[in-house]
Design a protein around this ligand. Structure first.
Ligand code: UDP
Length: 239
């Protein structure tokens, strides 16, 4: 049997990825499809950790621009990521994948607390670990949480599943001349202000040489393709 290219990966999904066509809430068909894609790679022996955003339910920044206290709004955002994490846990278990949710905010009746060594142990046992509640701190995003956790667990790469097949020079929906990049450096992403991850997350990856692959999660089989090293999407790495 062919071997996966990556042995340990962190998959980052935006909250919107769970919303399907409508982009908000949780679409049962979409979440089941993603769960089955994850099962495929876990069955091939790749260790997979997940960070899911909360944008399909609540975004701190958006609420604070409408007058809410930013820190309070961000805590609500982090709780939204827990809702998504529990939904994904359910979908994965229905697909026959063993999972654990670890939360950066203590909620012991609902999820384990985040404990790095324990998370690694779960991965070694073939369980998918879902890291909920972001970093546990306001003023951060789940992209930063993904970078931080990826580093902590020694993931080889962050796989950022989006609704487009990579990073473009402009919004491909608005500008027909927009070009897709195959490779980018962290500095190019930062200098050109490209929509890969926010600057905090990107510089964290840059400082620690952690590659990011942006790919289209809505295409069936893509999670497996990317884990097996197929050149789909855009890879961001050092010089
Ligand atoms: N959030 C936070 N700290 C974190 C991660 C997330 O305060 O470490 C909050 C923040 O308000 C954010 C919301 O949770 O807007 C949802 O996360 P994010 O916007 O990253 O979700 P995505 O865009 O990936 O769906």
């Amino acid at each position: 049997m062919e071997q996966p290219y990556y042995k340990r990966v962190l998959l980052k999904l935006s909250g919107e990825a769970l919303g399907g066509e409508q982009g908000y809430g949780i679409d049962p068909l979409t979440i089941t499809t993603i769960a089955n894609e994850i099962k495929e790679v876990v069955d091939c022996g790749t260790q997979l950790a997940l960070v899911i955003g909360g944008g399909n339910i609540f975004r701190g920044l958006a609420a604070s621009s409408r007058g809410m206290d930013r820190a309070s709004a961000d805590y609500m955002g982090m709780l939204a990521t827990m809702i998504n994490s529990l939904a994904m846990q359910d979908a994965l278990e229905k697909a026959g994948v063993y999972t654990r949710v670890q939360s950066a905010i203590a909620m012991q009746e609902v999820a384990e607390p985040y404990i790095r060594r324990r998370a690694i142990r779960h991965l070694e046992k073939g369980r998918v670990v879902i890291f909920g509640a972001g970093t546990g701190n306001p003023y951060f995003t789940t992209d930063t949480a993904a970078s931080l956790r990826a580093m902590e667990i020694g993931a080889e790469v962050i796989l950022k599943g989006t609704k487009v097949d990579g990073v473009y020079s402009a919004d491909p929906k608005k500008d027909p001349a927009a070009q897709r990049y195959e490779n980018l450096t962290y500095l190019e992403v930062l200098k050109k202000g490209l929509q890969v991850m926010d600057a905090t997350a990107t510089s964290l990856c840059m400082d620690n040489n952690l590659p990011i692959i942006v790919f289209d999660i809505t295409v069936s089989g893509n999670v497996k393709r990317v884990v097996f090293g197929e050149n789909i999407g855009t890879i961001v790495k050092g010089e």
